[in-house]
Design a protein around this ligand. Sequence first.
Ligand SMILES: *Cc1c(COP(=O)(O)O)cnc(C)c1O
Length: 375
Amino acid sequence: MTAETTASDVWSFAVERRSDPASAEARAAILADPAFGQAFTDHMVVANWSVEQGWFDQKVTAYAPLRVSPAAAVLHYAQEIFEGLKAYRHADGSVWAFRPERNAARFAASAQRLALPQLPEGAFVAALRALVTADEPWVPSAADGETSLYLRPYMIATEAALSVRPSHEVLFGVIASPAGPYFDTGPRPVSIWLTTSTIRATPGGTGAAKCGGNYAASLAGLAEAVANGCEQVAFVEAVEHKWLEEIGSMNMFFVYADGRVVTPELSGSILAGVTRASVLELAAELGHPVEERQISADEWKDGVRSGEITEVFASGTAAVITPIGRLAWPEGDLTIGDHSVDHGVGPVTRQIRSALLDLQYGRVPDTRGWLTRLA
Ligand SMILES: *Cc1c(COP(=O)(O)O)cnc(C)c1O
């Protein structure tokens, strides 16, 4: 098969069920209190690609360590991309993904930027469906409202060759991990350290791609935040060190006293979150004028001081909507919002968060066609 004929194939997956799946008791114990990204399901998806063969050996198989050469390009040159989305169980037992075609499109764009091969159209969602079907009992029940099965597609350069060029061999995989609510006690405001000494992404760089290298580049900033008593870090852009970009691995939103909801415009070094796009649509429908524009760190500080900015939150698949309750930087420290009511979660943050979760868990009708059934 050539890469050309493979590209138009609809993927089907060989299913190699493991003979030693977790017992029902062991699985129930994990599902009762899943920590984020700690426990994994019985199976995983893998598929291989080479320049000569295109994609081959697509399968669902036992979750197990990969065999990769110590010379694999990914280990040295970080030729790697990934995605993150969730499978939500609805009250009738069915299992759904939220706008997975957006993750598929972003995965394709990330692959292009990192000089990795494209998956055939439809393979991304087919892979999610194959894994969720095999590990369906691992999708938490709808009863507790905010648990889900987190899905992690990824692609890595596996060729054992230290020459610097796009790898001739690649592995695509999907793993799955039961995920509880990000905050056991309901959402609570987190503290943010504003760093200007660490830059996450640069113009022309990989900031808009979902790749491991961006995360590696963000960790020193996160460590700086923790050393300064904060939980997360906010990054500004690389040129003027003035305009806000992202909070950790989440997009950021500002709520103004007049009801406006503002987020930094996609500059080329900001990751285009699926949650971000959905928040913009839902906020507008809820009657909030929305703005995508440049917003400076000074506007954030001044707005909080003057009372013009009343709420700040971050958005991303893993934590959904995370309220921001404090902003600190080398010369200052500000409290955001009224921490004496509703655990410090502002009304607009709460409203948008509920609207999103209600859609994802099928508690309101999916009038936009945002849900895709997986099982
Ligand atoms: C994944 C990611 C986000 C959030 O994207 P969602 O599609 O909403 O989960 C935001 N910023 C960065 C850097 C990311 O990698």
